[in-house]
Design a protein around this ligand. Structure first.
Ligand SMILES: Cc1ncc(COP(=O)(O)O)c(C=O)c1O
Length: 468
């Protein structure tokens, strides 16, 4: 039976609305004062009470184009009506979820669906996040192979818990947290000879790779993926493909590994958009032999699990997300709009000397800037980079938001790269919105001295002061 907030005495909407003005203070005082300061400094301190599809609305009801989508968790768009109805239905069902010592229908259904989509694998283990998928995959590969060593690539990102952080190719995330998991070793991304040497050096449980690296948006060459598969197979090493960011249609196929014919990784990791962005979720999909090697006897049947894994609401949202994917054509749309976006951006490279390279596939796009050749721009570039290696892209994302209502992100620490992870639901008008906004910002940043360079200089001063 549903009841209204007047009946229950708990008025969620009223509570949130009555405290909306205090949003920044609540963050600053209770959660993360440094983040609050960053938001204020770069003008990202606006509050968005509403989101729908590819858009956000601020308190004055201005509409924004979201190219960040909560780090890629809203592939089908925010607050999709099918998802909302599934959540309502689930709540109305009064489901006896998480009995733990009883079989449950919803997880079985979502696992069945995942295995239909990844037909070369046979078992699914559910988690509550991307990083938890990585932890599980690590344990499974080490346990099944009885080897401790795990390889990861330079620039890789697989999450921030200890196992995943041990496989993180970016030093900035690791600083202050050593020592890491024994047996973790880094190899250069895309280098088959280095991989072969590493595998020959000592027995290795697993290699973990992102088909397109999130930090900087670097795509693995298909020949590298197939070569890595062959090397792993010949060395008895499990190949884990992390599709946490690239999965669920983002690159124009359901999973990015599926762009490469004949590529069949041993373990596939999915999270983020699997639940449409509604509920924490993750899934580790693996070969039967791996499952058998870990959950090997009756008394080991729950040797790896977590209380909230297979949560009913998450499972319901996963099934609803697949329904949307199968009926609304968003994967094909991602391929189409991604091509238009990438094409439009590449056309700007010759015109604007600060623009170096456009990379990506579907709706996962990296825009890299580089040192210009003309004297005045070069001066500005050098000054900003001397003050702080990570500031230049801020001077791009700030006017994109403040002048064009386009929300974007920088693609990593100390890189001159912006990343786009939009919803898969963009229209041609959205593509034009972004390209128009970006071109305008590019024009402005090619004027030195100019307001964007002054902003960058102010940021540089703020960064230097905060380090003191
Ligand atoms: C490729 C990849 N793997 C793992 C993770 C970690 O996922 P989560 O943030 O859900 O722990 C991320 C997060 O951005 C990711 O991009």
């Amino acid at each position: 039976m549903s009841s209204s907030s007047t009946e229950t005495g708990f008025d969620l909407r009223g509570l949130v609305e009555s405290r909306r003005d205090e949003t920044m203070d609540l963050l600053k005082d209770n959660i993360n004062p440094k983040l609050a300061k960053v938001f204020r400094t770069i003008g990202f301190d606006r509050v968005y009470p509403r989101g729908e599809g590819a858009y956000l609305w601020d308190r004055e009801d201005n509409k924004y184009l979201d190219c960040l989508t909560g780090y890629g968790m809203f592939n089908i768009g925010r607050n999709h009506p099918v998802l909302k109805q599934a959540v309502r239905d689930y709540l109305e069902m009064d489901d006896a979820w998480k009995i733990q010592m009883a079989p449950m229908t919803l997880p079985g259904l979502l696992a069945e669906k995942l295995l239909q989509k990844i037909p070369h694998l046979q078992k699914v283990h559910f988690t509550n996040s991307g990083t938890e998928c990585v932890e599980a995959a690590l344990k499974f590969a080490r346990c099944e192979t009885d080897r401790p060593r795990v390889l990861h690539a330079s620039r890789s990102f697989h999450g921030l818990t200890y196992g995943a952080l041990s496989l993180n190719g970016c030093e900035s995330f690791r600083e202050g947290f050593a020592p890491f998991m024994p047996g973790s070793a880094k190899i250069p991304f895309g280098d088959l000879a280095a991989l072969e040497e590493a595998l020959d050096t000592s027995p290795t449980a697993a290699l973990i790779l992102e088909p397109i690296q999130g930090k900087g948006v670097y795509e693995a060459d298909p020949a590298y993926l197939l070569g890595a598969q062959e090397l792993c197979r010949s060395h008895g090493t499990r190949l884990i493909v992390d599709e946490v960011q690239t999965g669920m249609g983002r690159t124009g196929k359901l999973f990015a590994y599926q762009h490469v014919e004949g590529f069949e990784p041993d373990i596939v990791l999915i999270a983020k958009s699997l639940s449409g962005g509604y509920v924490p979720i993750g899934a580790v999909i693996m070969r039967d032999e791996i499952y058998e090697g870990v959950f090997s006897t009756l008394d080991r049947c729950v040797v790896h699990s977590s209380t909230f894994g297979q949560g009913g609401l998450a499972m319901a949202c996963g099934l609803a997300t697949f329904h949307v994917m199968e009926t609304e054509g968003w994967i094909e749309n991602a391929a189409d709009k991604g091509e238009k976006l990438i094409g439009g951006l590449r056309a700007l490279v010759d015109e604007f000397e600060l623009l170096k390279e456009i990379r990506g596939k579907g709706m996962m796009i990296g825009i890299e800037f580089g040192e210009p050749t003309s004297f005045s721009l070069k001066t500005g570039w050098k000054l900003i980079h001397k003050a702080d290696g990570g500031l230049f892209p801020q001077a791009i994302i700030m006017p994109l938001l403040n002048q064009h209502r386009v929300l974007t992100q920088v693609a990593g620490h100390h890189v001159d790269i912006i990343k786009l992870l939009p919803t898969l639901t963009w229209s041609d008008e959205d593509v034009s919105w972004f390209l128009g906004a970006f071109t305008d910002v590019l024009k402005k940043v090619h004027k030195f001295p100019g307001p964007l360079w002054s902003t960058a200089k102010d940021l540089a001063k703020a960064a230097v002061t905060s380090r003191r």
